[in-house]
Design a protein around this ligand. Structure first.
Ligand code: GRF
Length: 203
């Protein structure tokens, strides 16, 4: 099942996908990993796994539209059935989001619809939330607003810092993201009219 993964940083979620597919838990082929940052450690992870990599530096483009057009063309060359955003820190144009609508997933470190955008762990602590977590969702043109597929939560402890909370949430990410990818690749999870649907055998 051909997928393309987009990253900007460490790529621990990419690693979870690589590991699970090596273990035979996921029936995917990661055709390419694309980063907008040359120094993203996830590129090393991809190379170690023998996956083709590309860096497309957004700073070399005059506009968001030009960057997204080039990125879209690069992804399309691989004809993936699914595009996985795994810590890809770019706001997407509407054209790009529409092009991949229903076949592009993102993982966001909050219990959406709470805490869209950045700095989610600190914001949850500052708001005295009792729990916090992570959401996998289909990507829509509006930031962090597409149909939610799966969430996992954790308790915010008394002495919690943004760092300790982030590491707890990361563990949850590595469980639920591969699961959502698995369901999609098995066509047990689909997208219609802006909503996520599960086949009765999905759970
Ligand atoms: C994760 O916290 C994810 O929720 C967010 O970016 C981070 C990516 O981490 N969208 P990694 O690069 O997969 O380690």
């Amino acid at each position: 099942y051909p997928i393309v993964v987009l990253i900007s940083g460490s790529g621990s979620n990419l690693q979870a996908l690589i590991d699970q597919s090596l273990q035979g838990l996921l029936n995917i082929k990661i055709c390419a990993v694309i980063s907008n940052k040359a120094e993203a450690y996830g590129l090393e992870r991809a190379k170690l796994a023998g996956i083709p990599t590309h860096t497309l530096n957004h700073k070399s483009f005059d506009s968001r539209e030009e960057f997204d057009t080039e990125l879209q063309a690069l992804i399309d060359q691989y004809q993936p059935k699914l595009v996985v955003l795994a810590g890809f820190m770019r706001i997407l144009t509407e054209t790009f989001a529409k092009h991949f609508e229903g076949r592009m997933l993102n993982i966001h470190p909050s219990l959406l619809p709470k805490y869209k955008g950045l700095n989610t762990h600190q914001r949850a602590i500052d708001a005295n939330e009792k729990e916090h977590g992570v959401s996998v969702h289909f990507v829509s043109p509006e930031l962090d607003a597409g149909a939610v597929i799966l969430q996992a939560s954790t308790v915010i402890a008394q002495e919690e810092t943004a760092e300790t909370l982030a590491s707890k949430v990361h563990c949850l990410e590595h469980i639920i993201y591969p699961l959502a990818v698995k369901w999609f690749s098995e066509e047990r999870l689909t997208f219609h009219d802006g909503k996520a649907f599960f086949d009765k055998n999905a759970l």
